[in-house]
Ligand binder design. Structure first.
Ligand code: GUN
Ligand code: ZN
Length: 427
Protein backbone atom coordinates (compact mmCIF):
# COMPACT_ATOMS: atom_id res chain seq x y z
CA UNK A 1 0.00 0.00 0.00
CA UNK A 2 2.44 2.75 -1.03
CA UNK A 3 1.69 6.30 0.13
CA UNK A 4 2.59 9.37 -1.85
CA UNK A 5 3.62 12.62 -0.14
CA UNK A 6 3.45 15.49 -2.63
CA UNK A 7 5.14 18.90 -2.57
CA UNK A 8 8.31 20.57 -3.74
CA UNK A 9 11.30 18.27 -3.21
CA UNK A 10 15.05 18.71 -2.83
CA UNK A 11 17.20 15.63 -3.36
CA UNK A 12 20.85 15.82 -2.27
CA UNK A 13 23.04 14.45 -5.04
CA UNK A 14 26.47 15.50 -3.78
CA UNK A 15 28.32 17.34 -1.01
CA UNK A 16 27.68 21.10 -1.51
CA UNK A 17 31.09 21.86 0.01
CA UNK A 18 32.72 19.76 -2.73
CA UNK A 19 30.70 20.84 -5.78
CA UNK A 20 28.99 24.16 -6.60
CA UNK A 21 26.17 24.25 -3.99
CA UNK A 22 23.32 24.58 -6.47
CA UNK A 23 24.55 21.49 -8.31
CA UNK A 24 24.43 19.41 -5.14
CA UNK A 25 20.60 19.18 -5.10
CA UNK A 26 17.86 18.34 -7.61
CA UNK A 27 14.76 20.49 -7.13
CA UNK A 28 11.29 19.46 -8.27
CA UNK A 29 8.50 22.00 -8.13
CA UNK A 30 5.78 19.31 -8.29
CA UNK A 31 7.63 16.41 -6.76
CA UNK A 32 6.71 13.51 -4.55
CA UNK A 33 8.09 10.90 -2.19
CA UNK A 34 6.62 7.41 -2.50
CA UNK A 35 6.79 5.49 0.78
CA UNK A 36 6.30 1.75 1.34
CA UNK A 37 4.48 0.10 4.24
CA UNK A 38 7.74 -0.50 6.07
CA UNK A 39 8.40 3.26 6.21
CA UNK A 40 11.10 3.39 3.53
CA UNK A 41 11.31 5.59 0.47
CA UNK A 42 10.42 3.67 -2.70
CA UNK A 43 11.03 6.56 -5.10
CA UNK A 44 11.45 10.32 -5.38
CA UNK A 45 10.25 11.74 -8.67
CA UNK A 46 7.75 14.02 -10.37
CA UNK A 47 4.45 13.57 -8.50
CA UNK A 48 2.71 12.79 -11.77
CA UNK A 49 5.01 9.84 -12.41
CA UNK A 50 4.46 8.42 -8.91
CA UNK A 51 0.69 8.90 -8.62
CA UNK A 52 -0.25 5.68 -10.48
CA UNK A 53 1.76 3.68 -7.90
CA UNK A 54 0.17 5.21 -4.80
CA UNK A 55 -2.82 4.04 -2.79
CA UNK A 56 -3.05 7.21 -0.75
CA UNK A 57 -1.90 10.73 -1.54
CA UNK A 58 -1.12 13.60 0.85
CA UNK A 59 -0.66 16.84 -1.07
CA UNK A 60 1.37 19.55 0.67
CA UNK A 61 1.00 21.93 -2.28
CA UNK A 62 3.89 24.41 -2.51
CA UNK A 63 5.46 23.29 0.76
CA UNK A 64 8.98 21.88 0.58
CA UNK A 65 9.59 18.22 1.50
CA UNK A 66 13.03 17.62 3.04
CA UNK A 67 14.58 14.80 5.00
CA UNK A 68 13.83 15.31 8.70
CA UNK A 69 16.41 17.44 10.46
CA UNK A 70 19.14 15.63 12.39
CA UNK A 71 20.39 17.27 15.58
CA UNK A 72 23.92 15.91 15.97
CA UNK A 73 24.53 17.09 19.55
CA UNK A 74 22.05 18.04 22.23
CA UNK A 75 21.40 17.55 25.93
CA UNK A 76 17.78 16.54 26.46
CA UNK A 77 18.16 16.94 30.26
CA UNK A 78 18.79 20.66 29.74
CA UNK A 79 15.37 21.23 28.15
CA UNK A 80 14.01 23.00 31.26
CA UNK A 81 17.02 25.37 31.54
CA UNK A 82 17.22 26.61 27.95
CA UNK A 83 17.68 30.41 27.82
CA UNK A 84 19.23 30.82 31.27
CA UNK A 85 20.87 34.21 31.60
CA UNK A 86 24.28 35.64 31.99
CA UNK A 87 27.00 32.99 32.35
CA UNK A 88 29.92 31.60 30.40
CA UNK A 89 30.54 27.86 30.07
CA UNK A 90 32.08 26.83 33.40
CA UNK A 91 29.77 29.01 35.53
CA UNK A 92 26.84 28.04 33.35
CA UNK A 93 27.52 24.35 34.00
CA UNK A 94 27.81 24.91 37.76
CA UNK A 95 25.00 27.44 38.11
CA UNK A 96 22.32 26.04 35.83
CA UNK A 97 23.23 22.68 34.31
CA UNK A 98 24.45 20.56 37.18
CA UNK A 99 21.53 21.44 39.52
CA UNK A 100 19.06 20.52 36.79
CA UNK A 101 20.89 17.33 35.78
CA UNK A 102 20.86 16.24 39.45
CA UNK A 103 17.06 16.00 39.21
CA UNK A 104 17.33 13.15 36.70
CA UNK A 105 17.86 10.65 39.49
CA UNK A 106 14.05 10.79 39.62
CA UNK A 107 12.73 8.52 36.84
CA UNK A 108 9.44 10.47 36.65
CA UNK A 109 11.29 13.73 35.94
CA UNK A 110 13.50 12.00 33.36
CA UNK A 111 10.47 10.50 31.60
CA UNK A 112 8.57 13.80 31.54
CA UNK A 113 11.50 15.79 30.13
CA UNK A 114 12.45 13.09 27.62
CA UNK A 115 8.91 13.06 26.23
CA UNK A 116 8.74 16.85 26.11
CA UNK A 117 12.11 17.23 24.40
CA UNK A 118 11.24 14.68 21.69
CA UNK A 119 7.83 16.27 21.11
CA UNK A 120 9.49 19.67 20.80
CA UNK A 121 11.97 18.19 18.33
CA UNK A 122 9.18 16.70 16.20
CA UNK A 123 7.24 19.97 16.24
CA UNK A 124 10.39 21.65 14.88
CA UNK A 125 10.90 19.09 12.09
CA UNK A 126 13.72 17.21 13.83
CA UNK A 127 13.43 13.46 13.41
CA UNK A 128 16.75 12.22 14.85
CA UNK A 129 18.73 13.48 17.84
CA UNK A 130 22.05 12.48 19.32
CA UNK A 131 21.70 13.33 23.00
CA UNK A 132 23.75 13.36 26.15
CA UNK A 133 21.76 11.99 29.09
CA UNK A 134 22.89 12.54 32.72
CA UNK A 135 25.09 10.33 34.89
CA UNK A 136 21.96 8.40 35.92
CA UNK A 137 21.46 5.22 33.87
CA UNK A 138 17.70 5.74 34.21
CA UNK A 139 18.00 8.98 32.22
CA UNK A 140 19.16 6.92 29.23
CA UNK A 141 16.29 4.45 29.69
CA UNK A 142 13.85 7.38 29.79
CA UNK A 143 15.16 8.88 26.56
CA UNK A 144 15.26 5.62 24.62
CA UNK A 145 11.83 4.57 25.90
CA UNK A 146 10.37 7.90 24.71
CA UNK A 147 12.13 7.67 21.32
CA UNK A 148 11.01 4.06 20.87
CA UNK A 149 7.39 5.01 21.61
CA UNK A 150 7.59 7.63 18.84
CA UNK A 151 9.32 5.29 16.36
CA UNK A 152 12.28 7.66 16.15
CA UNK A 153 15.85 6.92 15.16
CA UNK A 154 17.75 8.25 18.14
CA UNK A 155 21.15 8.11 19.76
CA UNK A 156 22.18 8.75 23.36
CA UNK A 157 24.52 7.79 26.14
CA UNK A 158 25.02 8.09 29.87
CA UNK A 159 27.14 11.15 30.59
CA UNK A 160 30.21 10.08 32.56
CA UNK A 161 31.90 12.38 35.12
CA UNK A 162 34.08 11.34 38.03
CA UNK A 163 35.60 14.69 39.06
CA UNK A 164 34.99 18.44 38.98
CA UNK A 165 31.25 17.93 39.34
CA UNK A 166 28.98 17.92 42.42
CA UNK A 167 29.15 14.75 44.50
CA UNK A 168 25.64 13.66 43.51
CA UNK A 169 26.63 13.87 39.82
CA UNK A 170 29.81 11.82 40.01
CA UNK A 171 30.30 8.21 39.03
CA UNK A 172 33.63 6.36 39.06
CA UNK A 173 35.84 4.89 36.37
CA UNK A 174 34.46 1.42 37.13
CA UNK A 175 30.77 2.37 37.48
CA UNK A 176 30.94 4.50 34.32
CA UNK A 177 32.28 1.48 32.45
CA UNK A 178 29.79 -0.96 33.99
CA UNK A 179 26.72 1.27 33.62
CA UNK A 180 27.63 2.29 30.06
CA UNK A 181 28.17 -1.34 29.09
CA UNK A 182 24.89 -2.44 30.61
CA UNK A 183 23.01 0.33 28.77
CA UNK A 184 24.84 -0.43 25.53
CA UNK A 185 23.94 -4.13 25.81
CA UNK A 186 20.33 -3.24 26.56
CA UNK A 187 19.71 -0.58 23.89
CA UNK A 188 22.29 -0.53 21.10
CA UNK A 189 20.67 -1.68 17.85
CA UNK A 190 17.22 -2.16 19.45
CA UNK A 191 14.61 -0.83 17.00
CA UNK A 192 16.04 2.45 15.69
CA UNK A 193 18.20 3.24 18.71
CA UNK A 194 21.96 3.48 19.09
CA UNK A 195 24.14 3.80 22.17
CA UNK A 196 26.83 6.47 22.32
CA UNK A 197 29.74 6.22 24.77
CA UNK A 198 29.70 9.64 26.47
CA UNK A 199 32.51 11.07 28.59
CA UNK A 200 31.25 14.64 29.16
CA UNK A 201 34.65 16.29 28.51
CA UNK A 202 38.24 16.04 29.66
CA UNK A 203 37.85 18.31 32.75
CA UNK A 204 35.15 16.13 34.35
CA UNK A 205 36.79 12.73 33.82
CA UNK A 206 39.88 11.33 35.49
CA UNK A 207 42.48 9.65 33.35
CA UNK A 208 41.28 6.32 34.76
CA UNK A 209 37.73 7.02 33.60
CA UNK A 210 38.77 8.03 30.11
CA UNK A 211 40.93 4.93 29.86
CA UNK A 212 38.00 2.73 30.93
CA UNK A 213 35.69 4.34 28.36
CA UNK A 214 38.38 4.07 25.67
CA UNK A 215 38.54 0.34 26.44
CA UNK A 216 34.74 0.07 26.23
CA UNK A 217 34.79 1.80 22.83
CA UNK A 218 37.56 -0.52 21.61
CA UNK A 219 35.39 -3.48 22.62
CA UNK A 220 32.35 -2.00 20.83
CA UNK A 221 33.82 -0.25 17.78
CA UNK A 222 30.43 -0.01 16.04
CA UNK A 223 29.24 2.46 18.73
CA UNK A 224 29.70 6.18 18.44
CA UNK A 225 31.62 8.12 21.11
CA UNK A 226 30.68 11.74 21.85
CA UNK A 227 32.35 14.43 23.88
CA UNK A 228 33.16 18.17 23.88
CA UNK A 229 36.30 19.70 22.39
CA UNK A 230 37.81 23.22 22.54
CA UNK A 231 34.59 25.12 23.07
CA UNK A 232 35.78 28.02 25.20
CA UNK A 233 39.20 29.53 25.94
CA UNK A 234 38.89 29.17 29.74
CA UNK A 235 38.03 25.49 29.26
CA UNK A 236 41.11 24.95 27.10
CA UNK A 237 43.33 26.60 29.75
CA UNK A 238 41.76 24.29 32.36
CA UNK A 239 42.54 21.23 30.23
CA UNK A 240 46.12 22.46 29.86
CA UNK A 241 46.41 22.65 33.69
CA UNK A 242 44.83 19.24 34.25
CA UNK A 243 46.86 17.48 31.54
CA UNK A 244 50.24 19.24 31.40
CA UNK A 245 51.73 16.37 29.37
CA UNK A 246 49.24 16.75 26.50
CA UNK A 247 50.25 18.45 23.24
CA UNK A 248 46.77 19.96 23.02
CA UNK A 249 43.14 19.21 24.00
CA UNK A 250 42.57 16.52 21.36
CA UNK A 251 45.75 14.77 22.47
CA UNK A 252 44.09 14.01 25.83
CA UNK A 253 41.32 12.07 24.09
CA UNK A 254 43.75 10.35 21.76
CA UNK A 255 45.93 9.17 24.66
CA UNK A 256 42.97 7.29 26.16
CA UNK A 257 41.61 5.73 22.97
CA UNK A 258 38.88 8.37 22.58
CA UNK A 259 39.82 9.61 19.11
CA UNK A 260 38.38 7.83 16.10
CA UNK A 261 36.23 7.97 12.99
CA UNK A 262 33.12 7.26 15.04
CA UNK A 263 33.92 10.06 17.44
CA UNK A 264 31.62 13.11 17.43
CA UNK A 265 33.32 16.14 18.94
CA UNK A 266 31.04 19.03 19.94
CA UNK A 267 31.97 22.67 19.24
CA UNK A 268 35.64 22.38 18.10
CA UNK A 269 36.04 26.15 17.85
CA UNK A 270 39.55 27.01 19.03
CA UNK A 271 41.55 24.27 17.31
CA UNK A 272 45.31 24.13 16.86
CA UNK A 273 46.63 23.24 13.39
CA UNK A 274 47.81 19.87 14.73
CA UNK A 275 44.33 19.06 16.03
CA UNK A 276 42.80 19.87 12.66
CA UNK A 277 45.32 17.61 10.95
CA UNK A 278 44.57 14.73 13.35
CA UNK A 279 40.78 15.12 13.05
CA UNK A 280 41.13 14.99 9.26
CA UNK A 281 43.53 12.01 9.37
CA UNK A 282 41.28 9.85 11.54
CA UNK A 283 38.03 10.90 9.81
CA UNK A 284 36.44 12.14 13.03
CA UNK A 285 33.16 14.12 12.98
CA UNK A 286 32.40 17.53 14.46
CA UNK A 287 29.10 18.94 15.71
CA UNK A 288 28.62 22.64 14.98
CA UNK A 289 26.44 24.30 17.62
CA UNK A 290 26.16 27.94 16.49
CA UNK A 291 23.30 29.17 18.74
CA UNK A 292 25.19 27.82 21.72
CA UNK A 293 28.47 29.32 20.61
CA UNK A 294 26.98 32.80 20.50
CA UNK A 295 24.71 32.34 23.54
CA UNK A 296 27.48 31.11 25.87
CA UNK A 297 29.99 33.43 24.21
CA UNK A 298 32.31 30.69 22.98
CA UNK A 299 33.34 31.90 19.52
CA UNK A 300 32.96 31.11 15.82
CA UNK A 301 33.72 27.67 14.39
CA UNK A 302 35.46 27.84 11.02
CA UNK A 303 32.94 25.52 9.35
CA UNK A 304 33.83 26.19 5.73
CA UNK A 305 37.58 25.75 6.16
CA UNK A 306 37.12 22.57 8.24
CA UNK A 307 34.85 21.16 5.53
CA UNK A 308 37.42 22.12 2.89
CA UNK A 309 39.90 19.97 4.85
CA UNK A 310 37.46 17.08 4.34
CA UNK A 311 36.37 16.96 8.00
CA UNK A 312 32.76 15.88 8.53
CA UNK A 313 30.56 18.48 10.21
CA UNK A 314 26.99 18.07 11.39
CA UNK A 315 24.66 20.73 12.74
CA UNK A 316 23.35 20.73 16.29
CA UNK A 317 21.21 22.72 18.69
CA UNK A 318 23.23 21.86 21.83
CA UNK A 319 20.11 22.55 23.93
CA UNK A 320 20.15 23.98 26.56
CA UNK A 321 23.50 25.72 25.96
CA UNK A 322 21.98 26.39 22.56
CA UNK A 323 19.15 28.89 22.62
CA UNK A 324 16.67 27.14 20.31
CA UNK A 325 15.03 23.79 19.64
CA UNK A 326 14.75 24.77 15.97
CA UNK A 327 17.21 23.48 13.40
CA UNK A 328 15.97 26.29 11.13
CA UNK A 329 17.03 28.82 13.73
CA UNK A 330 20.28 26.85 14.07
CA UNK A 331 20.91 27.07 10.31
CA UNK A 332 20.27 30.82 10.51
CA UNK A 333 22.84 31.07 13.32
CA UNK A 334 25.29 28.99 11.28
CA UNK A 335 24.91 31.53 8.49
CA UNK A 336 25.58 34.42 10.88
CA UNK A 337 28.55 32.71 12.52
CA UNK A 338 29.85 31.85 9.03
CA UNK A 339 29.68 35.51 8.09
CA UNK A 340 31.67 36.46 11.19
CA UNK A 341 34.22 33.77 10.29
CA UNK A 342 34.45 35.12 6.74
CA UNK A 343 32.28 32.76 4.66
CA UNK A 344 28.65 33.15 3.59
CA UNK A 345 27.32 29.58 3.67
CA UNK A 346 24.91 28.90 0.82
CA UNK A 347 21.36 27.76 1.72
CA UNK A 348 22.18 24.41 0.08
CA UNK A 349 25.15 24.04 2.44
CA UNK A 350 23.03 24.97 5.46
CA UNK A 351 20.27 22.48 4.61
CA UNK A 352 22.89 19.81 3.88
CA UNK A 353 24.61 20.34 7.26
CA UNK A 354 21.25 19.88 9.04
CA UNK A 355 20.44 16.65 7.18
CA UNK A 356 23.07 14.71 5.21
CA UNK A 357 25.98 16.38 7.06
CA UNK A 358 24.66 15.34 10.46
CA UNK A 359 23.80 11.85 9.15
CA UNK A 360 27.38 11.48 7.98
CA UNK A 361 29.02 12.34 11.31
CA UNK A 362 26.56 9.98 13.03
CA UNK A 363 27.42 7.22 10.51
CA UNK A 364 23.77 6.94 9.46
CA UNK A 365 24.09 8.15 5.86
CA UNK A 366 22.84 4.84 4.53
CA UNK A 367 19.53 5.28 6.40
CA UNK A 368 18.64 8.93 6.97
CA UNK A 369 19.52 12.44 5.86
CA UNK A 370 18.64 12.37 2.16
CA UNK A 371 15.55 11.83 0.04
CA UNK A 372 16.49 8.75 -1.96
CA UNK A 373 15.21 5.26 -2.71
CA UNK A 374 15.81 2.87 0.19
CA UNK A 375 16.20 5.56 2.83
CA UNK A 376 13.95 5.71 5.89
CA UNK A 377 11.02 8.06 5.26
CA UNK A 378 11.64 10.55 8.07
CA UNK A 379 10.50 13.81 6.50
CA UNK A 380 10.09 17.45 7.36
CA UNK A 381 7.66 19.53 5.31
CA UNK A 382 8.26 23.29 5.31
CA UNK A 383 5.84 26.08 4.52
CA UNK A 384 8.07 28.67 2.81
CA UNK A 385 5.61 31.47 3.61
CA UNK A 386 4.83 30.71 7.26
CA UNK A 387 4.69 34.32 8.52
CA UNK A 388 3.84 37.59 6.78
CA UNK A 389 7.47 38.71 7.02
CA UNK A 390 8.75 35.54 5.39
CA UNK A 391 5.92 35.39 2.83
CA UNK A 392 6.51 38.91 1.48
CA UNK A 393 10.22 38.16 0.99
CA UNK A 394 9.65 34.69 -0.50
CA UNK A 395 7.21 36.21 -3.00
CA UNK A 396 10.20 38.02 -4.57
CA UNK A 397 12.24 34.81 -4.92
CA UNK A 398 13.34 33.71 -8.34
CA UNK A 399 14.65 30.25 -7.50
CA UNK A 400 14.27 27.65 -4.75
CA UNK A 401 17.35 28.86 -2.85
CA UNK A 402 16.12 32.43 -2.71
CA UNK A 403 12.72 31.03 -1.69
CA UNK A 404 14.03 28.87 1.14
CA UNK A 405 16.62 31.29 2.58
CA UNK A 406 14.05 33.59 4.29
CA UNK A 407 12.65 30.53 6.09
CA UNK A 408 16.19 29.49 7.12
CA UNK A 409 16.85 32.96 8.52
CA UNK A 410 13.44 33.82 9.98
CA UNK A 411 11.58 30.53 10.31
CA UNK A 412 10.73 28.44 13.37
CA UNK A 413 8.21 25.73 14.25
CA UNK A 414 5.46 27.72 12.51
CA UNK A 415 7.17 26.80 9.23
CA UNK A 416 6.92 23.07 9.93
CA UNK A 417 3.74 21.88 8.21
CA UNK A 418 4.31 18.22 9.01
CA UNK A 419 6.94 15.85 10.38
CA UNK A 420 6.89 12.21 9.27
CA UNK A 421 8.54 9.34 11.08
CA UNK A 422 8.88 6.26 8.88
CA UNK A 423 6.27 7.66 6.51
CA UNK A 424 3.70 8.39 9.25
CA UNK A 425 2.84 11.99 10.19
CA UNK A 426 3.82 12.60 13.83
CA UNK A 427 3.56 16.37 14.11
N1 GUN B 1 30.95 21.17 27.95
C1 GUN B 1 30.79 20.19 28.88
N2 GUN B 1 29.49 20.00 29.15
C2 GUN B 1 28.80 20.86 28.39
C3 GUN B 1 27.41 21.11 28.21
O1 GUN B 1 26.54 20.52 28.83
N3 GUN B 1 27.09 22.08 27.31
C4 GUN B 1 28.03 22.76 26.60
N4 GUN B 1 27.64 23.68 25.73
N5 GUN B 1 29.33 22.52 26.75
C5 GUN B 1 29.72 21.59 27.63
ZN1 ZN C 1 27.09 19.84 24.54
Amino acid sequence: MPKLVKGQTLEALADPFAVPPTEAFRHRRRGGVLVDEGGRILAVDEAEALEPHADTVTDHGDALILPGFIDAHMHYPQTRIIASWGKRLIDWLEGYTFPEEARFGDPAHAAAVAGDSLDLALAHGTTTLCSYATIHPGSVDAFFTAAQARGMRALAGKTCMDRNAPENLRDTAQSAFDDSKRLLDRWHGVDRLGYVITPRFAPTSTEAQMEALGALWAAHPDCLMQTHLSEQVEEIAWVRDLYPWARDYLDVYERFGLLGARGVYGHAIHLEPREIDRLAEVGAGLAHCPTSNTFIGSGCMAVASLRMRGIGVGLATDTGGGSSFSMLRTMGAAYEVGQLAGTALHPAQLLWLATAGSARVLHLSDRIGTLATGMEADLCVLDLASTPAIAQRAARADDIWDAVFPTIMMGDDRAVTATYIGGTARA
